[in-house]
Design a protein around this ligand. Sequence first.
Ligand SMILES: *Cc1c(COP(=O)(O)O)cnc(C)c1O
Length: 227
Amino acid sequence: MTISDNLQTIGQIIRRAEQKYQRPPQSVQLLAVSKRHDENAIQAALAAGQYAFGENYAQEMLNKAELLAAEHVDWHFIGPLQSNKTRQIAATALWVHTVDRLKIAKRLSEQKPEQRPAINICLQVNISGEASKSGIEPQALPELAAQIAELPGLNLRGLMAIPAVSEVFTQQREVFAKLRELQEDLIKGGLPLDTLSMGMSGDMEAAIAEGATMVRIGTAIFGQRAQ
Ligand SMILES: *Cc1c(COP(=O)(O)O)cnc(C)c1O
């Protein structure tokens, strides 16, 4: 299977899941997670019409953005955020999915080059309640969201989560439903959010069933990653 074949297959899975769960057609976007695959893999996906790519290391995203400067690529940063990397990220990323602290959000807002559009932001929520995972705790979310919504260089779009791995469809759905409910509460509180970044290769159908608007798919498009 080529990258182009895989993209076509994933596209079909997404469109079928939209139908099955009564989601509007084309309401789920595909983010191709290209981390640890080289620029040739990205070129192959670009040639197949995929233009949104997710990376989780700032330097790797920057290197690829330079190599592919002649192409139209929307870069999404989906990795752990460190203060000393925010400048690189603010210069490159159209989206950042993993904001969970005000300090990091302020740096992104301040460091964004003036000529670039406001950075689209998702707040990462620690939805499975594991001590080891990053993401803000649900009870602290409303305050952080309100603060970040005020920052001029950012455009707060929604929520993101990486749940604990489960093979059980109903369990997968339950966790994604929690994220959707948190988002609904924020919307009721007056924030105009439109993005739920949830679902990976192993749980995208459950995520779509619960309202994902962006699924982040790596392995099912590009194959196994080098460790
Ligand atoms: C790697 C990664 C993905 C993609 O995972 P696959 O299982 O390869 O589809 C999605 N989201 C995040 C945050 C990741 O780091």
